[in-house]
Design a protein around this ligand. Sequence first.
Ligand code: UD1
Length: 368
Amino acid sequence: MVMNKKKKIISVVGARPNFMKVAPISRELEKYSDRFQHLIVHTGQHYDENMSKIFFEDLAIPMPDINLGVGPGNHGEQTGKIMIEFEKICLAEKPDLVLVYGDVNSTIAAALVSVKLGIRVAHVEAGLRSFDRSMPEEINRVLTDSISDYLFTPSPDGDENLLKEGVSKEKIYMVGDIMVDSLLFNKGKAAKLDVLSSFGLSAEKYAVLTLHRPSNVDNEENIKNIFAALEIVSEKIPIIFPIHPRTKKMMQKFNINQMKGLKLISPLGYLEFLNLMMNCSFMLTDSGGIQEETTVLDIPCLTLRNTTERPITLSHGTNMLVSNNTDKIIKEAKKILDGGGKKGNNPDLWDGQTARRIINILLNLSDK
Ligand code: UD1
């Protein structure tokens, strides 16, 4: 990348898990405003205030320069619409580099448009693999990595996966986990909030649930297996559940009723959710990022999936896979309640300095 004049970088974000990844990059790039012009493009993949706007406010991300307003749709439709709209932006703005984040539809759509226009692409959170190609995110990861010019990985397994797929070593940079930058930066602020009393909870005497994967919630048998476990676990400890819009629709469709110990609330912003996570006894989740966040917070995490693209949270962290298996969920939750649950260590470079490392690399590249 030859960068003589001030270079234009476009970050593309669209869905909730992207926002905590762009925040530290945006903050770091602002320090070098003499070298880089940074534009944020929001695709509109997520559009509800509590799935999007609240994150920009909580994380102090500058409001997007451009919103493509794409909205919901089937995968082909949503990815296609983002491509059509983002191509127009690239043609008008002529960026030197496009930064894409994570594994959502906005990630692959923006990467594909950029590379076809000859614009360099950097993938933040590259190399993760669940090896489960029925997950839409896995397809997004494999494809995005295969066409990106710079691959910023969070952990050694990311580098290994990319090398095995034939990606040349020069493109790969292990920089650590960008989510951890946001977590450590905001932990103090989140700790000051009084979230628990507003939900009638006491510290370490409740569990938190998040659930939204199509493989769990769009399938009647799987969602019912999970709720059968929740019914038993919630008799022993209250479970608070900020419910994703997809899951809300599916609970209605499959006539799943509320239960006494399970407290359904609207999706929360970043800081309130972090406060809930920091103070809970344990997490139940099918999210990707929460597996990492609980590892850093040293909170036991039962992941309602068969596989994870973040195996370092199993080998080093507090994570354990329990699938949507009713008995296994109940058994492992009881173990935590009886004995405190799995302890872990922070993986290398999960230290809050990942954005700084990425920008240093971009500065070096721009000098060449
Ligand atoms: C997407 C990501 C997933 C990520 C998740 C986090 C892909 C392929 N998946 O899944 O990796 O973990 O975001 O939330 O990109 N909806 C709303 N309001 C919103 C957003 C969505 O009501 O602001 C509804 C949609 O109408 C749709 C459902 O939620 O019915 C799913 O949204 P979608 O963007 O397709 O995927 P997610 O399940 O959110």
